[in-house]
Every structure is written in structure tokens, then in C-alpha cells.
Design a protein. Structure first.
Length: 206
């Protein structure tokens, strides 16, 4: 039997969360190695490209969150077989990655520097990317991003939307998604009700 070990931060969110949900939905056992932020610097020299998530498949390390999500999604029937729908799925996931690339550098900032960077992010990038994601949702039929069913694209957007709406990100208004792209808020609520998502978080609370 193939052995899987996923290494990511000890948080319910971020790039690793859609992969965890996909593993759970697929019924595939994996080692969920959660690392503390304080321990990351000491660990990163041993990581390919110095980043997480990292998936080890029978001891062989693989990186890049979207590649891992597609791999697990295919095993769990959470990735489209139709080429056009797979393209739509990939596009939505890549948009979320673009958002993460712009958001990531702000985490090393404090005080006025953080405030200025986050406000600029809201005004420029997020004001484009959030409505753009909502348009991709409409193209997918309004409920899911691709294939008229739950895919890893929905999981990835769901995790990002939930984070933005949580109020945990300083200087990013908790109502930003609701005001710029209300369809994404509706989408979040829908994905939260998906049986596989409900089951994942119920298992996390045990």
C-alpha cells in the first residue's frame, strides 16, 4: 500500500487545507504532519524549494500545492476527466495561488508598513481577483467552478474565501468578499455543507 505523508503548518487553512480535505474525501489514509510556525525556519533547509506543503509518496518528496491537489483530487474523483472542465478547475486554483503570492509577503510586515501593504492589496489586486473568481464561478454554472460538481478548485477557493471573511487578516475587511464578490460568500456556505467537507471538520473536532 502506498504511504502518504503531508507536511504543512499546524493551521486549519492555507495551501495545505484543500489537500487534507481531498485526502479525507477520497478515503485515503495519510500522515498529517503539522508543524509549528516557530519551527519552520529550522526545517526549511531540508525541504525541496524551502516551502510547504510537501507530500511524500512512499518517501519521495513532491511540492507545489496545486500539483498535489490535482494528484489527490484525481484519486478521489475530485478532479474533472473532461479536458475543458479540467482547464476551468486549474484556472480557478491558479487564481487562488496568485492571490497567495501577493498576500504572502505582507506577513513579514508590522505596523504602518503592514497597514499600507494590505490596503494596497485590497485596492489593487483583490479588487480584481475576487470579482474575477466570481465570474469564473458563473461560467462554471454558478454553484461549482468546474464539472457541475465538487472539485479541488472549490475546496481551494472555499479555504481562501473563509480566511478572508474570518476577520483574522489585519487591514483586510472581513466584509470585503461580501461587498466585491458576494457569489463567493454563497459558494463558501455551499461548500461548507458538502458532506465530505462536513465529515472532515467533524473528524477534526474529535
Amino acid at each position: 500500500m502506498t504511504g502518504y505523508k503531508l507536511t504543512y503548518f499546524d493551521m486549519d487553512g492555507g495551501r495545505g487545507e484543500p489537500i487534507r480535505i481531498a485526502f479525507h474525501a477520497a478515503g485515503i489514509a495519510f500522515q498529517d504532519q503539522r508543524i509549528a510556525f516557530a519551527d519552520f525556519q529550522a526545517l526549511r533547509r531540508d525541504l525541496p524549494f524551502g516551502c510547504v506543503p510537501m507530500l511524500e509518496v512512499d518517501g519521495m518528496a513532491v511540492t507545489q500545492s496545486n500539483a498535489i491537489a490535482r494528484y489527490v483530487g484525481k484519486m478521489g474523483d475530485l478532479y474533472p476527466q473532461d479536458e475543458r472542465q479540467a482547464l476551468y478547475c486549474d484556472e480557478a486554483m491558479d487564481v487562488v495561488e496568485d492571490i497567495s503570492h501577493y498576500l504572502g509577503p505582507t506577513f513579514g510586515l508590522q505596523g504602518e508598513a503592514l497597514k499600507a501593504a494590505r490596503e494596497q492589496l485590497v485596492e489593487r489586486r483583490l479588487s480584481v481577483f475576487l470579482p474575477g473568481l466570481a465570474k469564473l464561478l458563473v461560467r462554471g454554472g454558478g454553484q461549482y467552478f468546474a464539472d457541475n460538481r465538487l472539485t479541488v478548485a472549490d475546496l481551494k477557493v472555499f479555504v481562501q474565501t473563509r480566511w478572508f471573511r474570518s476577520g483574522q487578516l489585519d487591514h483586510i475587511p472581513a466584509d470585503l468578499v461580501d461587498s466585491l464578490a458576494p457569489a463567493l460568500a454563497v459558494h463558501q456556505a455551499r461548500i461548507e455543507r458538502e458532506p465530505v467537507v462536513v465529515a472532515y471538520y467533524a473528524a477534526r473536532r474529535k
